[in-house]
Design a protein. Structure first.
Length: 329
């Protein structure tokens, strides 16, 4: 494989199976990139969790995520759509330093910069890792593209902690992006915020920056479709392209035991799957990530399976965007 700087081979190397010829599993479909072929979406692992405020084993998520490839097929039964015509390649894991968190963020930033340069039409899908990875990934993309970029964030938390109180962590990516000028506050939408998981001071800061905030209660009362339509309409007015970040702790703790910051009153997985598909289909979305899944705290891979479905619904939307369905290959 023609290696991109700062990337190493996937944490799990898989080969197509020898099972039922009528069934295509993800392990048959997602392969390593050979350095030459054209493709539409890339998987990239970011196994970093040392920057998490609370204890987290989220660095294990990319490996467990790949281990589940043999458990899922490419066929979306609900839409009668097979993802097989969509070409998805695994670019591997970003190299992480054992102890140096700024070096890890540097590697993520420059890996995404290289991907944006070499593969400008490919949609990167980043498998975290804690939420600190969003800041360097988006920074690397924006440096190459030079466009006004928006962020749509699904999260129980604001992620605008003061970096002076502990450096860049999983609680600071949105603040870091705004303070460094990568994003404008009015180009950020956060959906799924929960009570007793944030502070009044940080809410005030986010509102002063112009961030659009939707609570989990508003989603329950108004419906996710209405909220997402408003978010998209708002971003359409201002930005050229959009990055989507899915912090899996936005979901209710009954559904995702394997996140560091569990809490009641969160969104449902169906809410997140719907949003992932809509955003995958939107032609302004250029990249996405899934963060804060800790396999150490999970049961029967429940949380990783939900993050897998977020990816698969996003790719369903992307296949529809590109008209890569049977008959349109």
């Amino acid at each position: 494989m023609n290696q991109i700087p700062y990337l190493q081979r996937p944490s799990l190397v898989y080969t197509p199976g020898q099972g039922d010829p009528n069934v295509t599993r993800l392990s048959d479909w997602i392969t390593e990139w050979d350095g030459n072929e054209l493709f539409q979406a890339a998987l990239i692992g970011a196994p970093l969790s040392k920057s998490s405020i609370s204890f987290s084993g989220a660095h294990m998520h990319p490996t467990v995520f790949r281990q589940l490839f043999s458990a899922f097929t490419t066929y979306n039964f609900e839409d009668d759509l097979d993802l097989l015509p969509l070409r998805v390649r695994d670019l591997g894991d970003i190299v992480m330093h054992t102890t140096d968190i700024p070096q890890c963020h540097h590697n993520i930033e420059h890996a995404f910069e290289e991907v944006a340069k070499r593969l400008p039409t490919v949609v990167p899908c980043l498998i975290g890792g804690d939420h600190s990875i969003t800041y360097p990934a988006l920074t690397g993309l924006q440096r190459v593209r030079g466009e006004r970029i928006g962020l749509i964030q699904f999260d129980a938390h604001l992620d605008v902690r003061d970096t002076a109180s502990g450096g860049r962590s999983n609680g600071t990516p949105v603040r870091s992006l705004m303070e460094t000028g990568v994003l404008r506050g009015e180009d950020v939408v956060n959906i799924g915020l929960r009570s007793f998981a944030n502070s009044k001071q940080y809410r005030t800061y986010a509102e002063q920056q112009g961030v659009t905030l939707y609570t989990a209660k508003q989603v329950r009362e108004r419906g996710i479709q209405t909220i997402l339509e408003e978010a998209i309409a708002r971003l359409k007015m201002n930005v050229d392209v959009v990055y989507a970040t899915f912090d899996i702790d936005v979901l209710d703790q009954s559904d995702v035991p394997g996140v560091p910051a569990i809490g009641p009153g969160g969104l449902s997985p169906l809410d997140l799957f719907y949003c992932a598909e809509v955003l995958g289909a939107w032609d302004r979305v250029i990249a996405m990530d899934m963060v804060c899944v800790d396999p150490n705290r999970d049961t029967r891979d429940r949380t990783t399976r939900i993050s897998m479905h977020v990816l698969l619904y996003f790719l369903t939307g992307l296949a529809k965007r590109l008209k890569l369905t049977p008959g349109h290959v």
